[in-house]
Design a protein around this ligand. Structure first.
Ligand SMILES: Cc1cc2nc3c(=O)[nH]c(=O)nc-3n(C[C@H](O)[C@H](O)[C@H](O)COP(=O)(O)OP(=O)(O)OC[C@H]3O[C@@H](n4cnc5c(N)ncnc54)[C@H](O)[C@@H]3O)c2cc1C
Ligand code: SF4
Ligand code: SF4
Length: 934
């Protein structure tokens, strides 16, 4: 041992040894002998012959990760404990007294010249560059622990236009052998690798592995090996590329904590570069742990400690993983394969290499790789979702696997869909007993061919109907297809009827944008189309001073969401000024733009105006297939025939995902979410007006909290609930759901008798897993535009959805020439019940059937029913009559008027009464006449 080294060791033995508190090995082994000074003492005593050589003694010298934490605290210049241990380790290997693992490694290195067996090493990307600028040295550890990072680094360099090459037959740099005291092996490997590096002809040697970096930069020259080229860490080289503006980052919304690898930060002093690079990625939030930069803590994997003392190494990495678990962190980013391996095993968060993050911010492929890793970690952090596998293609995530319960299917979808940057989720995870829907075999031979249309719209809910009407402003052939016997038979008939003010929607979402605009457009639409709309405002209130912060939050959200007319109400008096019947509050807010409408009347109005302006509506026409040629939509196929189309708008509500699949273009999955409502007798309409939300009640997940509203027809309504269901047709109301609502809204309804409830019903929301509207041209089929995921506030957004989609159609190449004959006006029939006495008499004088009341509860006359049956869109079922006239919507819920309505339908449609249905095929009301009933 050289004199200088001996002096350093002796210095260490007499030092107060305070660094031991930061020595990771000492922390987990808890023995003074493995502390920095402890090892030095043993080394000096061995040197001086004060201790007898044995395996146990030598094993202590291998109790070091080379982290150089001790150096950070050390009062002596250049006292580097791991360096001072090298000679005793060399002595150990020569004397045959090193730990067994060291000899195993030596064998491995001698046999294959790699640190790990070849089957553990991923093949390197095959790239050849004649006159390379950069030689990228991957390193055995990256090839074993995170080959994705090698791929990422190469992609990044290539994106910047760097002429990069890899060694054809890359072997170990020599580092592991050298730090274990295997000097001969180390030297042989170093010479071998150095020759290959020099032969590459590259100007710069770049590596992501800190240990390889240190070996090339410091150990080779110390051993007399000159590479005659610049040696840089990947982050240093990327920093140069960024300076030259050769890389442009896309936003990568994420919160990640950076872990400084010991060798990189402490030995190589490289800790600014990675931070500067990450700092340049838009929307990337870099978090810091309490020990960072040169003060970083070890991951346990340095100096291949994990191969020597795996238990201790893992214990160290767990401590570091805990430190890195800082608030808001979703993942760890670092730049060392050993750290990635160790932390990957001990942290609950996924661990990324710096190159993977840079690549994720550069292009789709990189982003997909990033999502694959992130989402797999998110899913698998839940033991119930371990079997779920995923694929990512340009942000579109496809989930596969089997789980036990439907809630877990939904949970898996949300874990993926709610992660920022996910385009959409196709969820193919199944539960036991779930039947796979068979794709119908369609034979178009012999089917009726309809004339070609410019646009075929599938689904006549509020979205399809408003699309049809707004498109009829242009000189286009438009077809609107609906599977049911009437329009407004889907979710548009069973909802809360609110035109929301865009207050409780995520800022920046499509829902937000279209709700805000849709709300604004409703006034004109209701005027032109003559459907009911009342700007009642939304009154929200708190009952406890402790909730006042909620009002502040609402004020802030109103500003962020740009919602006009939001007023904070400071006390009960201010709340009562908006609604005198709301008592026991201490404050609230009022959003004046919130409105109530009648959703099915709005659909009928939109659809009728569309028909008046030339749109061809086909009811009872379920779409069963799509003709797609060369990835271009050609026609829509229904039971009745084939509708050739240039563009297809998929507005099929809860079935929109299945329609996309019919086109061979699955792009999103809808997970139906049921919402139940309770409707009260009109005689309680004086209790509240407008829309009311009790903010003291915790909201259900994925609802705006529900509330108490007065429908446009004067019925008090409470709800809705939010229940995930596998069945898109689940319109059942459960006692659980109803009781939940009754107890949640008890302050409003406590004094009302139970028999004041006249009906309950449920609607099904068409939620996607991103929980936003999915309004996008299909990625896979040209001419198909998906208007899917239209859950709440879909009703409020519909007019804006139409506007948005028409703009999209224009971008996709549809010429929009104005239709000079477009008439925006549609009028509804007079409602007898709403007339003055004189008005009623006038109507009866015009048509005596106004004098024949058919529905007593709602005062609906025969004339109104007949006019509905012969309307622009004829009402041909009992429910269709109901939607247009309210016959059967009163207290007796059709008990009295149903047979009479059926009889009028039979008479007017000239069909036997047995053919009259409640709401279309299969819902016939009567098998045959029984004498005396009618
Ligand atoms: C409980 C509840 C409360 C809600 N409250 C509100 C609210 O207060 N405010 C608000 O803004 N939004 C609310 N919503 C959301 C709103 O009701 C919907 O977003 C909106 O009605 C969706 O309209 P749509 O036209 O997309 O779907 P739908 O009305 O379901 O229309 C889709 C149509 O496509 C048809 N169809 C399906 N498959 C085919 C096929 N193969 N061939 C032909 N036709 C087909 C269906 O029959 C249906 O008529 C609520 C929803 C629920 C469930
Ligand atoms: S280098 Fe790290 S593990 Fe080794 S003695 Fe120093 S602090 Fe302990
Ligand atoms: S490594 Fe430095 S600080 Fe630690 S015991 Fe030795 S001399 Fe003291």
């Amino acid at each position: 041992m050289g004199q200088e080294k001996l002096v350093q060791k002796i210095n260490c033995t007499i030092c107060p040894n305070m660094c031991r508190f930061d020595c990771p090995v000492t922390t987990v082994v808890k023995k003074e002998t493995v502390a920095p000074a402890g090892k030095m003492r043993l080394s000096v005593m061995l040197e001086k012959g004060m201790l007898e050589e044995n395996k146990e003694l030598y094993s202590y010298f291998y109790q070091c990760t080379g982290c150089r934490s001790c150096e950070h605290w050390c009062p002596f210049e250049n006292l580097i404990v791991p360096e001072l241990l090298l000679d005793v380790k060399a002595q150990a290997t020569e004397n045959g007294m090193a730990p067994k693992a060291v000899y195993n490694l030596d064998k491995q290195l001698k046999k294959t010249s790699t640190l790990y067996p070849p089957e553990q090493l991923a093949p390197l990307p095959q790239i050849k560059e004649a006159a390379p600028e950069v030689l990228f040295f991957a390193g055995c550890a990256y090839r074993s622990h995170n080959p994705g990072a090698i791929n990422a680094a190469i992609k990044v360099l290539k994106t910047a236009g760097v002429k990069v090459t890899l060694l054809e037959d890359e072997k170990c740099c020599g580092f592991p052998a050298s730090c274990l005291g295997l000097n001969t092996t180390s030297m042989e490997l170093a010479k071998q690798t150095a020759e290959k590096i020099k032969a590459s002809g590259a100007k710069i040697l770049v590596t992501s592995c800190p240990e390889c970096l240190q070996t090339f930069k410091t150990r080779y020259p110390e051993a007399g090996i000159e590479l005659a080229m610049e040696v840089l860490h990947f982050s240093e080289y990327i920093a140069r590329l960024l300076e030259k503006k050769l890389l442009v980052f896309n936003p990568l919304p994420a919160f990640m904590v950076y872990h400084d690898p010991c060798v990189l930060a402490r030995a190589e002093k490289i800790y600014q570069e990675p931070r500067e690079i990450l700092g340049q990625i838009p929307e990337f939030n870099l978090l810091e742990s309490s020990f960072s930069g040169e003060a970083t803590h070890c991951c346990g994997g340095g100096q291949v400690y994990d191969l020597i003392e795996p238990g201790n190494a893992l214990a160290i990495s767990r401590l570091r993983a805990e430190e890195l678990n800082v608030p808001n962190a979703q993942a760890i980013v670092t730049s060392c394969p050993f750290c990635e391996d160790m932390l990957g095993r001990s942290s609950v968060m996924p661990v990324f290499d710096l190159a993977e993050i840079i690549w994720a911010a550069l292009d789709d492929e990189g982003h997909d790789a990033f999502l694959r890793k992130t989402l797999t970690a998110r899913l698998h952090s839940n033991p119930e979702l371990q079997s779920v596998k995923l694929d990512v293609d340009r942000g579109l995530v496809t989930l596969r696997g089997k789980v036990a319960f439907w809630e877990q299917v939904v949970e898996a979808g949300h874990q993926a869909g709610l992660y920022p940057g996910v385009y959409s989720v196709v969820n193919q995870v199944t539960i036991p007993g779930q039947k796979k829907k068979k794709k119908p075999k369609i034979n178009t031979k012999g089917k009726h061919q309809y004339p070609p249309a410019d646009v075929v719209i599938i689904g006549a809910g509020i979205v399809g109907a408003s699309l049809a009407r707004e498109l009829s402003r242009y000189k286009l052939d438009i077809v609107l297809l609906e599977k049911e016997a009437d329009v407004a038979c889907g979710t548009s008939k069973a909802n809360n009827a609110m035109v929301h003010p865009a207050l409780f929607v995520e800022p920046g979402s499509l829902k937000h944008k279209l709700n805000l605009r849709g709300n604004e457009l409703y006034t004109k639409a209701a005027e032109e189309l003559d459907f009911p709309l009342q700007r009642t405002g939304l009154l929200g209130f708190i009952r406890d001073e402790k909730q006042r912060s909620l009002l502040k939050a609402i004020k802030a959200v109103a500003a962020i969401n740009q919602v006009p007319g939001v007023e904070i109400l400071d006390d009960e008096a201010a709340v009562c000024s908006k609604n005198p019947n709301v008592k026991g509050t201490v404050g609230g807010f009022f959003a004046s733009t919130s409105a109530m409408t009648c959703p099915y009347k709005a659909v009928v109005a939109y659809a009728e105006n569309a028909v008046l302006n030339g749109v061809k509506l086909y009811l009872d026409s379920p779409v069963i297939g799509m003709e797609v040629v060369n990835e271009q939509v050609k026609a829509v196929i229904t039971e009745q025939g084939v509708f050739p189309a240039r563009f297809v708008l998929n507005a099929a509500g809860v079935y929109a995902d299945e329609i996309a699949e019919l086109a061979g273009a699955p792009e999103f999955t809808i997970h139906p979410r049921k919402g139940e409502h309770i409707l009260f007798d009109r005689k309680y309409s004086n209790i509240l007006t407008g829309c009311n939300a009790d903010l003291s009640q915790p909201p259900d997940a994925h609802t705006k909290g529900g509330g108490v509203v007065l429908t446009i027809d004067g019925n008090l309504m409470i709800g809705p609930t939010a229940v995930e269901t596998p069945d898109k047709e689940d319109h059942s109301c459960t006692s659980e759901g109803l009781n939940k609502m009754l107890s949640k809204f008890a302050p409003f309804i406590a004094h009302m008798p139970k028999d004041s409830i006249i009906a309950y019903f449920a609607g099904v929301r068409a939620a996607t897993y991103t929980e936003d509207f999915h309004i996008k041209p299909s990625r896979f089929v040209k001419g198909l535009i998906n208007v899917g995921g239209i859950q709440s506030p879909g009703l409020a957004s519909a007019p804006a959805i139409a506007e948005y989609v028409i703009h999209m159609l224009a971008q996709e190449g549809l010429a929009l020439e104005e239709n000079p004959n477009f008439n925006p006006i549609r009028r509804s029939f007079p409602v007898f019940r709403e007339q003055t006495k004189e008005g009623k008499q006038k109507l009866i004088a015009q048509d005596r059937r106004y004098g024949n009341i058919i529905c007593r509860c709602e005062m609906v006359t025969e004339a109104e029913i007949v006019r509905a049956i012969h309307g622009i869109i004829p009402a041909t079922t009992v429910d269709a009559v109901k939607r247009r006239t309210r016959a059967g919507m009163g207290r007796c819920q059709s008990g009295f008027c149903l047979p009479r309505v059926a009889k009028i339908l039979s008479r007017e449609l000239r069909v036997p009464i047995e053919q009259i249905t409640k709401d279309g095929e299969g819902s016939n009301l009567i098998i045959g006449e029984t004498r005396g009933v009618m």
